[in-house]
Design a protein around this ligand. Structure first.
Ligand SMILES: Cc1cc2nc3c(=O)[nH]c(=O)nc-3n(C[C@H](O)[C@H](O)[C@H](O)COP(=O)(O)O)c2cc1C
Ligand code: SF4
Length: 504
């Protein structure tokens, strides 16, 4: 496994918007010694590798474009979608992607919501959740002409440590184990209670019930979310927890296996997917110092030297936790294959404690830090991890993440990655918020509208941190005009300035 490339100063990061053409971009990749494949020419229509179907046993997906789950935190207090939620799901459909990975995170329990405006799956929301799916399919037909080969999932979640069900700025964490660095950020002590085994069993039952409801509502699969620091992911790293759900690999994956068993019993024809943070690092924080030029210094890792071997995460090197370690990731994918999970979405880290590895960006969110590495390094890391996993698990359908930072060059890189077999489908996240049909248009040979390309301003992350719905404030008029881009800019400025990295 290739090691992450050395850090670069944030002042030396080359803006991709300033690179004039693909040849220059390829030369830039070479000069940075980054192994990111990039095709010179985009192939069109059915010739495009991105438009070839995936056939894997009885599973058929019409093309290689996947819409990643993108939450808006714009639901009602009782967990129902609003008009802006419907608008976003329509735009997922407009992407032309035949794999809709989850739509967005939907909580299986009210107390496990990450935000008081997160969607909830419950009897009183079922009708509206089915409506989201219908709206998406309608719009998808307008883009592609048919819903053939369209596979739609629903992402099921419990936010665990990052639960904030009552107020956006009031954490109500449900933790699986004591994490010395993250507990401190949440003001938790060693006496703060852990979720008990029987509470975890109750949550497993809720996942089972939610999956049964999702099947009834017409979803083709559910994603049992195991990423980004939420409960499933936290349990994978619960090395120090005692009892049935902690310690050994077998115990740390029991949560997953018991949910899969419940789905096999109650919704036998429903497919199952898992989105997993396939690698991790220690939490990073804002550095209050500035460079000589007055720019913020790159974010830095929390002090971990007294915590070695580091036992507080999944797929992180215990001897040097600013490095990833895929040993257990391979075991985890082998387990997924064994229990009949065919769809796997590869992501990394967490937006709360190390966003630069999870969603590479030039501009940090309001609770973030200046990039500690060129965001292209983050893109390359995610692609390389996915490539390694794909080589070992040819029968799993793997979706790759974190491509939006590639901006103009996203179609060239996406095509190359699929063509070379690095990944089965290219997942698009932030770009969906600004320019959902970008990859579809590129493979149709349409002129690309550069003004709509996501420039990774991170306002879609800052907004929910400041109690606003998430959306693309800089580039999507719907948010700028009707919800208040100015409000967000003011909030972002003051929060980022004052952030000492001590809070999430
Ligand atoms: C505003 C916002 C909301 C997101 N919501 C979810 C979510 O509900 N579930 C999830 O697994 N990932 C979520 N993500 C992560 C994305 O799916 C994706 O992994 C990440 O943005 C990196 O991909 P990109 O470079 O294409 O944006 C979200 C990201 C953003 C910026
Ligand atoms: S706010 Fe818009 S431009 Fe910025 S990262 Fe989000 S989608 Fe991209």
């Amino acid at each position: 496994m290739e090691k992450a490339k050395p850090n670069m100063s944030s002042e030396s990061i080359v803006r991709l918007g300033a690179i004039r053409n693909v040849a220059e971009f390829q030369a830039h990749l070479n000069s940075c010694q980054l192994t990111i494949p990039c095709d010179s020419e985009i192939q069109l229509g059915l010739e495009s590798p991105l438009r070839k179907p995936i056939q894997c046993g009885t599973l058929k997906i019409g093309n290689r474009i996947a819409a990643q789950p993108m939450e808006g935190w714009d639901g009602t207090i009782d967990g129902n979608p609003t008009e802006s939620t419907v608008r976003r799901w329509r735009r997922f459909g407009r992407s032309g992607g035949k794999l809709i990975w989850g739509g967005e995170a939907v909580a299986v329990a009210a107390e496990g919501r990450a935000n008081p405006h997160q969607l909830l799956i419950a009897p009183h929301t079922e009708k509206a959740l089915a409506g989201l799916r219908t709206a998406l399919v309608e719009e998808h037909r307008l883009t592609t002409g048919s819903a053939d080969g369209l596979l739609i999932g629903l992402q099921l979640t419990h936010s665990g440590r990052f639960s904030r069900p009552s107020q956006y700025d009031r954490p109500e964490p449900r933790i699986a184990y004591h994490h010395p660095l993250l507990d401190a950020r949440l003001g938790l002590s060693s006496e703060s209670p852990l979720l008990t085994d029987s509470e975890i069993e109750g949550i497993i039952q809720k996942f089972g019930a939610a999956a049964t409801a999702a099947e009834k509502l017409g979803f083709d699969f559910v994603d049992i979310k195991h990423c980004h620091g939420y409960l499933g992911h936290e349990l994978l790293g619960a090395h120090t927890r005692e009892g049935r759900y902690g310690g050994s690999f077998e115990n740390r994956t029991r949560f997953l296996r018991e949910i899969v068993d419940a789905i096999h019993v109650n919704a036998p024809s429903l497919r199952i997917g898992v989105r997993v943070s396939a690698f991790d690092m220690v939490p990073f924080r804002h550095d209050a110092e500035h460079t000589k030029n007055g720019s913020p210094r790159p974010g830095r890792p929390d002090r971990f030297e007294d915590l070695l071997p580091y036992r507080y995460g999944f797929a992180v090197n215990p001897e040097n936790p600013v490095e990833i370690d895929l040993t257990e990731t391979f075991r985890f994918l082998a387990l997924l294959e064994e229990v009949g999970v065919q769809l796997v979405n590869i992501t990394g880290g967490s937006p709360y404690y190390n966003p630069h590895i999870q969603r590479p960006a030039l501009y940090p969110p309001s609770d973030g830090y200046a990039p500690p590495e060129d965001p292209l390094v983050g893109v390359a890391r995610q692609m390389e991890v996915t490539r390694c996993l794909k080589q070992s698990f040819p029968s799993l359908v793997l979706v790759g993440s974190a491509y939006s930072y590639l901006q103009e060059f996203l179609p060239n890189v996406a095509q190359a990655a699929v063509r070379l077999g690095w990944v089965d489908a290219v997942g698009i996240g932030r770009m969906l918020l600004t320019y959902p049909e970008f990859l579809w248009d590129a493979t149709e040979g349409r002129v690309i509208d550069r003004k709509r390309i996501c420039r990774t301003f991170s306002d879609c992350t800052s907004a929910p941190r400041n109690g606003l719905p998430s959306g693309c404030y800089p580039l999507d008029g719907f948010y700028r005009d009707s919800i208040g881009g100015e409000t967000l800019r003011t909030l972002k400025k003051s929060t980022f300035k004052g952030n000492k990295g001590s809070e999430l």
